[in-house]
Design a protein around this ligand. Structure first.
Ligand code: AMP
Ligand code: ZN
Length: 133
């Protein structure tokens, strides 16, 4: 539990949420401001801020698959988007790691527009990343 973390307070039961699932490692709740029907957040119980501290949290993957399958069966969406923001510039607002599982319905597709370019210096980029793995 970290003071002033809204998700820690939800996990602790201090503030209410619409809980879908809970086990020893994760909680899944409805997003309070959903992009679409069924928009769910999968959250590790341990307070870590970003993906950089999530080594070993393999249970998150299992949670994402299970929630995605449940959403698929419950609402038969046209697709499911999974997103996770790290850092303010990436759109992170709550600094307790969480994954958005967002059903996509025809006519309500996500409007994510990136300025895409051509891939340049790919070999150099590959090397820069590989050296840090
Ligand atoms: P992010 O921008 O990735 O940090 O996403 C934070 C998400 O948390 C937003 O989609 C909010 O709608 C959601 N959120 C904030 N407070 C609550 C809350 N008390 N219960 C459920 N979802 C929340
Ligand atoms: Zn927290």
């Amino acid at each position: 539990m970290t003071d002033d973390c809204i998700f820690c307070k939800i996990i602790d039961g201090e503030i209410p949420s619409h809980k879908i699932y809970e086990d020893e490692n994760i909680i899944a709740i409805l997003d309070a401001n959903p992009v679409s029907k069924g928009h769910t957040l999968v959250i590790p119980k341990k307070h870590v801020e970003t993906i950089h501290e999530a080594g070993g949290m393999n249970f998150l993957h299992e949670g994402l698959v299970n929630v995605s399958n449940a959403l698929e069966k419950a609402f038969n969406p046209d697709g499911i988007n999974i997103a996770q923001n790290n850092g303010e510039k990436a759109g992170q607002e709550v600094f307790h790691l969480h994954f958005h599982v967002t059903p996509i319905y025809e006519g309500n597709e996500l409007d994510v527009t990136y300025n895409r370019g051509d891939l340049e210096e790919a070999e150099k980029t590959v090397e820069e990343i590989k050296q840090k793995l």
